[in-house]
Design a protein around this ligand. Structure first.
Ligand SMILES: [Zn+2]
Length: 142
């Protein structure tokens, strides 16, 4: 966020120079300063908007991934509760096949796996976004 703010400060300085020069210089030079300060100002505004759009995209993507991870974890718990054989490594297709997981909750750009034995304290992770803990840490930094 500092770079766009510096851009805005530069535009303010250029604009002040435009005023300080006053009538000492030709109209062409004053107009040039005005145009440059306006362009730099608009670039700064666009930059700030882009940063916020990108930030919101990252928040939305990570929140959605975390929610799917919770649903998959719950599905694995239900699967292991209701089966004689435990699911140790994540098999999303098996969870869908046995109706523990809605197929709409997967295949949204994330690939899920597991960190450790899921029947013995292991956790579901996303190969793109990391573990739930990592996602929460990333979201807290934004
Ligand atoms: Zn993900």
């Amino acid at each position: 966020m500092t770079a766009p703010i510096i851009t805005m400060i530069v535009s303010a300085i250029v604009f002040l120079v435009f005023f300080v020069l006053g009538e000492k210089v030709k109209d062409v030079v004053r107009t040039a300063f005005l145009v440059v300060s306006l362009i730099v100002f608009l670039v700064g505004i666009k930059w700030i908007i882009d940063i916020n759009v990108k930030r919101n995209q990252i928040i939305g993507e990570n929140n959605a991934c975390l929610l799917r991870m919770v649903h998959i974890t719950r599905a694995v718990e239900n699967y292991n509760k209701n089966r004689v054989s435990f699911m140790e490594n994540l098999d999303v297709n098996k969870l869908v096949e046995h109706k523990f997981l809605n197929p709409n909750e997967i295949n949204k750009g994330c690939v899920y796996g597991n960190d450790g034995d899921l029947a013995a304290g292991g956790t579901v992770i996303c190969k793109k976004h990391g573990s739930g803990k990592e996602i929460l840490e990333r979201l807290n930094k934004l």
